[in-house]
Design a protein around this ligand. Structure first.
Ligand code: AMP
Ligand code: GLY
Length: 433
């Protein structure tokens, strides 16, 4: 039996554990909290921070895994794959150098520009204030400011959303420069966002089904940004507002970026290249890359993977990734979150989960299993994924499961509904003219 070390303990890591176990592996998990879903599946479980290199090294040497996989972005950015490789443990996740695809927004924009890869909006990276106001004037009212470098949690601000007018943009950009050492200013893209994740062994990329996440906390895309409240994907591996050529354009960007990454750094990217794309009036544009599975998007795609996930990870490491098989099913994922999430979550309150219908998968996130039941631990708590032949059925399944939970929680009823999806389709129709 293959032994796999998995780093992380959220719902994304729950579905990853499930796929590894289904592939015949014994999974050894290290994460900051005891996830009851992962604990049920794992062979052993170590509680530690996902960026504690020394704790991870000790546990990895004790376990002696065939390979490791990193769930979240933090251990990738902290160089956990590099540390493991130095201890002769290979990872189906990227080394720090190529992990900059996610951890540095300017690195990725510059890479696309240097290798003439389509998909960048107009952008400039600033190290000081010189020319800053002029560039804002060039962009006008539609701009995005992205803190770069080590900014301690501060991030992207979009005009019209978080910032109004050029003056506020300039002021925030200056703040970013004071706190970090650089800031990316770019054109605000108008359209519909979608996630296209690809497995990458350094030279080959293989796309997964597309999904669309919902960042805003409340129905109708209102309220604060969250880690993602839920996501859906259609049975054909695409989304109702996309054309086949949109998926192909996004996949092509990822293929070229994988190649450029190697030319630029001399290091092969191994793992998941998760492109956040925007379908716009002038084609597919890149918003950003992540160097890992999306959370929740992992829960839309991994349950549909018919190929063996353990073998996929081994192929990523060996560099011989080939075609993969997927089930043609629609999926709708709805996250149950504590009242007050994201800014002011209730914690330590008990919840009761009702009847889970057939066709629904349940993935635990930030919940604590005590003797008398499940308690909220403050972040996204449980993901319910409906899987069916159509989006309509998948949405109904997810809805009936998430709606069965009682306690101080909420979720977005509108995710995956015909009403919200037809709005997205209309938006794209109008934009495309
Ligand atoms: P984050 O995931 O925190 O980096 O936030 C990124 C979000 O900001 C994306 O999901 C988009 O909604 C938005 N965003 C980033 N860049 C752009 C852009 N150039 N145009 C429009 N929206 C953007
Ligand atoms: N779906 C958002 C993220 O994983 O970053």
């Amino acid at each position: 039996m293959k032994k796999v070390l998995l780093i992380g303990s959220g719902a994304r890591e729950h579905v990853m554990t499930e796929a590894l176990v289904k592939g015949g592996a014994e999974v050894y998990v290290l994460g900051p909290a005891k996830n009851p879903g992962i604990a049920d599946l794992a062979s052993a479980y170590e509680i530690a921070s996902v960026t504690d290199l020394e704790a991870i090294r000790k546990y990895a040497l004790e376990v002696g895994p065939d390979f490791a996989v990193l769930g979240p972005e933090a251990p990738i950015a902290a160089g956990v794959a590099d540390m493991l490789l130095a201890n002769e443990i290979h990872c189906a996740s990227p080394l720090q150098t190529v992990g900059r695809l996610e951890s540095s927004k300017s690195f990725t924009r510059d890479l696309l520009a240097k290798y003439k890869i389509e998909g960048n909006p107009a952008f400039k990276v600033f190290f000081d204030e010189e020319g800053l106001s002029e560039f804002f004037k060039e962009l006008g009212d539609d701009y995005v400011v992205k803190a770069d470098g080590l900014m301690g949690g501060k991030g992207v601000k979009v005009s019209g959303d978080h910032l109004i007018g050029i003056e506020e943009g300039v002021a925030y950009a200056k703040e970013c420069l004071e706190e970090g050492n650089r800031v990316v200013i770019e054109e605000k893209l108008i359209g519909e966002e979608f996630s296209l994740m690809s497995f990458c062994d350094g030279t080959h990329t293989v796309e997964m089904p597309a999904a669309q996440d919902h960042k805003r906390a409340y129905e109708g895309d209102e309220g604060p940004n969250t880690g993602g409240m839920g996501s859906y994907g259609d049975a054909d591996g695409s989304l109702p507002f996309l054309k086949a050529e949109d998926i192909e354009a996004a996949a092509e960007i990822t293929r070229k970026v994988a190649k450029a990454l190697f030319e630029e750094t001399g290091v092969l990217f191994k793992g998941v290249m998760y492109g956040g794309f925007m379908a716009t009036a002038s084609g597919v544009k890149l918003i950003e890359y992540n160097a890992r599975f999306g959370d929740p998007e992992a829960m839309n795609v991994l349950p549909l993977l018919k190929s063996n996930f353990v073998e996929v990870c081994e192929a990523i490491i060996a560099g011989n990734l080939g075609e993969l098989e997927w089930e043609s099913k629609a999926t709708v994922c709805k996250y149950l979150v504590p009242e007050g999430y994201p800014g002011n979550s209730v914690k330590g309150e008990k919840i009761e989960v009702g009847e889970i219908p057939e066709g629904v998968k349940v993935y635990y996130g930030s919940v604590d299993q005590r003797e008398d039941g499940l308690y909220l631990s403050g972040s996204r708590a449980i993901a319910f994924v409906g899987i069916a032949d159509t989006l309509e059925e998948a949405e109904k399944l997810a809805q009936s499961a998430v709606g069965s939970v009682s306690g101080p929680v909420f979720y977005r009823k509108d995710i995956g509904t015909a009403e919200l999806i037809s709005k997205r389709v209309e938006t794209m129709k109008k934009l495309r003219g």
